[in-house]
Each structure stands twice: as structure tokens, then as C-alpha cells.
Ligand binder design. Structure first.
Ligand code: GLN
Length: 554
């Protein structure tokens, strides 16, 4: 039985439960424990794949192609364990499974109820995802008191009741607000939140108290007294300016020691946080700084591009460079013009997106970067926009578009595989694959890079794997025509049928690379991703007027 740490949240949402949990997981991992993480989301959607980015933020994708909550992104950026479909479970998925079993007659005529049938299914999912690890952190989405999260809380209550305190630990994240008018930190909301938890049979073992200021001893004592949590287990989680400080903070307050004690874990080593220290140091003491425009579709809701923002920062981290992000709505390019909005940036990234709103703005952005020698990094829809721009303005294919936006366009340079495959026999074999042909292509897939290209040089190998999430593809019918006009096809799927990476020739543009996959999902602060590292380096070179490049060559 894997010892489990359940993480719940109280008072308000958005306190950073996922990051706090991931930070603790990361410390435990450096102590030599095999750690995994899991998110239980109370909403009824089977997964967030169909939810609006405005409502839900980013849809994160795992190797096995699960569309998950963005917290899994935090987990994978902090912990080395690769996660899968099993690690992200929603109420919708639980009910779907239970109803399927009911229809199949698995319950032998019993009345199917929340307790025990729904809670049993939740427990089954927890066991499935955590089996074989030394310790697992299980985060319950939402805030205690939500109607939707009750079955999850009941399930974890049962687990603790059955397995005891050495196999299950409750960690509760709350808010200790600063009331400016009174000049005081207030502990009452935390007291109430714990009271609410206790009313459903959960006594927290550890409290993580989020506050703007460090928690003074008096408040800590007060919280301990009112909540029945030992003082040592009331941890202050103050706002941090740099995310990577959190593992250091939590370790300094003895959180990992406490957890190791309580769960009687046997970590082979003491914590080793030098990688996080290095990340903090590189962030706080940069030697350079660049401004990158991210021209997307949902930028008012920055969480929609969470991993892109993080990956850009990681790219900077690897070279001690602060990356300032300028978030721009691609639609604004159509009205204000690219020149007005992009003249002062060192690099331009156009990330993914769906639907026609703002697509023309992405095309204009790509055109601007191409014509002005500004480093350009296109991801997914950003790659498709680059291909459309190139087709229209370089290959003379007037009216070129993606069929996502114009089904009748004269030159569908991007289209569903089912729309263009007929004339290119070579992709016929793809038909059997269920993830293609109009449905989403999802998850980790390998691609082969062309020697001599920027992509090949940055990755440093011939074959790489990236995660995908898209329906439309580069239309092979236009391959030769676009190549003849100067587009470099730098990466293709292993069977040669799908275009994965396009570039401009390196003697024509300093750094212009666009890929169909989502490399941002594989970037971590400790390693960075080669494409993001290369992109930030190119932005620095652009800012230095090419002098860095000259220095490097000298
Ligand atoms: N809308 C495009 C497609 O479905 C791009 C998707 C994306 O950017 N994730 O192919």
C-alpha cells in the first residue's frame, strides 16, 4: 500500500495547491523516494479537453495523450516522474465508469449509490495511479465546502479510516488574509475551513497557511490551538517572488521531515535542493534580459498558455536571462497592425489555438517576424499560421488558408488529413489510425529531423518525441511547391507522412522555426527545452545586434 498524502484546499481557490504539493513532492524525490502525483477534479466533464480556455486555462497533455488539468503541468515541471491518464481523474470519469459497470450488470442488481459505488471507484483510481511508488501526493481540486468535491473527500476519509495515519496523511492549504485596515493577519477563515473539514470526518495533519507575510508565532500558536494541528505542522507559505523558492521554503520549515516522520518513509538520502537553488539564483541574478511577445488567442487569461510562459522562462534560466513576456491578443494585430505592437520585442512566439477568431492576426504576426528578421517560434496553430503566411506571400498561393478557417479556400495548405490524403497515396496507411482523420492527434509521437537544419542542431539528435494536440496538418499536396519557394521541412513523422517542423533557411532569417507539436509540455526549470533555449538565445542575439553570435564565432 503506497503511503498517500492528500492535499485539500480551503477558504478560496487559486491558492497554489498544485504548486505547493509539487514542491513537497520534489523535495521528497530529491531524498531518493519514488514519488508520483495525482489530481482529482470535481467537475463533471470527463476531461478538460472540451472546456473553453477562458474557463479552464490550459489543457495539459501527457505522453499517452490524456487531456488534463494544468496542475499536471506543475507536477511534471517539479517532479521527474512522467504522468499519464491515470494521474488526472474527474467526477465525470468516475461516473462514466460506474454507469458503464451498472449497464454491464456488474453490480448484480444492487442500488447504485454515491457511497459505496462512486467512492469505491474513486478509491480504485487512486490505487491504480499510485501503486508501486514510495509515496504519492493526491490533490483534490476545488475548495472544501463545494458540493461537487464531497464524494472525493468521503473517499479519502475512508482510506484514512481503514489504513491509519501511517498510510494516509491530510494536508490542508488555507488562506490567512492580511486585513490592511486592521493591520493584522486573520486566522478565522482557516479555523472555519478546518471546522468544515472536520464536519466531514477529516482532521488535517498539516496546515499550509498562505499569506502575504510570514506567519508570526502568535498566529501559528492560535491556529494550532483552534485546529488541533501541532504547531510544528502549521507551515507558513508566504507569497514568493520566484516560484522555485517554494521547495526551499518548505524544506527550511521542516515539511518533508514531518511527512517522512508521520508516514514512516525511509528516504535513502537527505534532501538535495541544489538544482532549485541554482534556478532561484539564475532568476534573481540574471546577466541578460529579453522581451518576448506571445501572440495568442486567450492571452487575457494567461493560464491558457501556462506551459508556454513557463517554458520561455526556463529557456532564459538556462542562460541566466530574464524573459519578460508581452502577452498580445492576435486579433489586435488585425486592427492595430503588427508594426505598432511588435516593433520593440526581441522575439515572437505564436502559440496554439482553435477556431478562426484571431487566426489572421497570427498570420500577420508570422509575416512581420519573417520580413523583419525577428526570431519567430510558432507552435501548433502558430506553425500553421507560418505556413499560411509563407504560402500566400512567398509561394504566391493567393487565398491560402487552413480549412479550419475556410473550407472553400483555393489553397488549403493546412487541412484535415481526410481532406487531402486522397491525392497522396503515401498517407493512405494512416487511415487505420483512430487518432487521425478528423479527430484529435494527441500525445507523444516521434519525428525525424533533417540534417543541417536549425531543429536538428538544437535538439542534437535525429529522432525526437514531442506531445501533440491538434486536428489539422500540413497538406502534403503543397509540400513540393512550398519547398521550391524556399520553405525548409525540418522534421517529419517517422513514416514520412506528416510535416512536424518547418523553418526558413538560416542564411535568410536568423531564427525562424515552427513546429506542429507542443514542446512547452516537456520543458522543465531544471533542464529547459532545446527549442526554447535556442529561441531565447536568438532573442538575445537579436537584442545585442548579432554581437553575441560574433563573439561565439570568434
Ligand atoms: N487548431 C489547430 C488544429 O486543430 C491547432 C491546434 C493547436 O494549436 N493546439 O490543428
Amino acid at each position: 500500500m503506497t503511503p498517500l498524502i492528500f492535499v485539500t484546499g480551503g477558504v478560496v481557490s487559486s491558492l497554489g495547491k498544485g504548486i505547493a504539493a509539487a514542491s513537497l513532492a520534489s523535495i521528497l524525490e530529491t531524498r531518493g523516494l519514488k514519488v508520483t502525483m495525482m489530481k482529482l477534479d470535481p467537475y463533471i466533464n470527463v476531461d478538460p479537453g472540451t472546456m473553453s480556455p477562458f474557463q479552464h486555462g490550459e489543457v495539459y497533455v501527457t505522453d499517452d495523450g490524456a487531456e488534463t488539468d494544468l496542475d499536471l503541468g506543475h507536477y511534471e515541471r517539479f517532479v521527474r516522474t512522467r504522468l499519464s491518464r491515470r494521474n488526472s481523474v474527474t467526477t465525470g470519469r468516475i461516473y462514466e465508469a460506474v454507469i458503464r459497470k451498472e449497464r454491464r450488470g456488474d453490480y448484480l442488481g444492487a442500488t447504485v449509490q454515491v457511497i459505496p459505488h462512486i467512492t469505491d471507484e474513486i478509491r480504485r483510481c487512486i490505487d491504480e495511479a499510485t501503486e508501486g511508488y514510495d509515496v504519492a501526493l493526491v490533490e483534490i481540486g476545488g475548495t472544501v465546502g463545494d458540493i461537487e468535491s464531497l464524494p472525493f473527500l468521503e473517499a479519502i476519509r475512508q482510506i484514512r479510516a481503514e489504513r491509519g495515519p501511517e498510510k494516509a496523511l491530510f494536508m490542508h492549504l488555507t488562506l490567512v488574509p492580511w486585513i490592511a485596515a486592521a493591520g493584522e493577519l486573520k486566522t478565522k477563515p482557516t479555523q472555519h475551513s478546518v471546522k468544515e473539514l472536520r464536519s466531514i470526518g477529516i482532521q488535517p495533519d498539516v496546515l499550509l497557511c498562505r499569506s502575504e507575510q510570514p506567519l508570526p508565532d502568535g498566529e501559528r500558536r492560535k491556529i494550532a490551538l483552534f485546529t488541533n494541528v501541532p504547531e510544528r505542522a502549521v507551515i507558513s507559505v508566504q507569497d514568493v517572488d520566484v516560484l522555485y523558492k517554494l521547495p526551499l521554503e518548505l524544506h527550511a520549515q521542516g515539511l518533508d521531515a514531518l511527512v517522512v516522520d508521520r508516514l514512516r518513509l525511509q528516504p535513502p538520502r537527505p534532501a538535495d535542493l541544489h538544482e532549485w537553488e541554482a534556478a532561484v539564483d539564475a532568476t534573481v541574478n540574471p546577466v541578460d534580459e529579453v522581451t518576448i511577445a506571445v501572440v495568442g488567442k486567450y492571452v487575457d487569461h494567461k493560464d491558457a498558455y501556462k506551459s508556454v510562459g513557463e517554458a520561455l522562462k526556463h529557456g532564459g534560466l538556462r542562460q541566466r536571462t530574464r524573459v519578460n513576456l508581452k502577452w498580445l491578443e492576435s486579433q489586435d494585430m488585425e486592427t492595430a497592425g503588427a508594426e505598432a505592437l511588435l516593433a520593440d520585442v526581441d522575439g515572437i512566439l505564436v502559440p496554439g489555438g482553435f477556431g478562426d477568431r484571431g487566426f489572421e492576426g497570427k498570420v500577420l504576426t508570422s509575416k512581420f517576424a519573417r520580413e523583419h528578421g525577428i526570431p519567430y517560434f510558432g507552435i501548433c496553430y502558430g506553425m500553421q499560421a507560418a505556413v499560411v503566411d509563407f504560402a500566400r506571400h512567398r509561394a504566391g498561393l493567393e487565398g491560402a488558408n487552413s480549412t479550419e478557417n475556410d473550407k472553400q479556400c483555393p489553397h488549403p495548405v493546412i487541412g484535415l488529413i481526410t481532406e487531402w490524403r486522397t491525392s497522396t497515396g503515401d498517407v493512405e496507411k494512416r487511415d487505420e489510425k483512430s487518432d487521425l482523420g478528423g479527430t484529435m492527434r494527441l500525445g507523444l509521437q516521434e519525428q525525424r529531423l533533417k540534417p543541417g537544419t536549425l531543429a536538428r542542431e538544437l535538439y542534437g539528435k535525429d529522432v525526437v518525441a514531442e506531445r501533440h494536440r491538434h486536428r489539422y496538418e500540413f497538406n502534403n499536396r503543397y509540400r513540393t511547391q512550398l519547398e521550391d519557394a524556399g520553405l525548409v521541412i525540418a522534421g517529419k513523422s517517422m513514416d514520412d507522412t506528416l510535416v512536424e517542423v518547418v523553418e526558413l533557411p538560416r542564411d535568410e532569417h536568423p531564427w525562424f522555426l515552427a513546429c506542429q507539436a507542443h514542446p512547452e509540455f516537456l520543458s522543465t526549470p531544471r533542464e529547459g527545452h532545446p527549442l526554447f533555449v535556442g529561441f531565447i538565445r536568438a532573442a538575445r542575439e537579436k537584442k545585442a545586434g548579432g554581437s553575441l553570435l560574433k563573439e561565439a564565432r570568434a
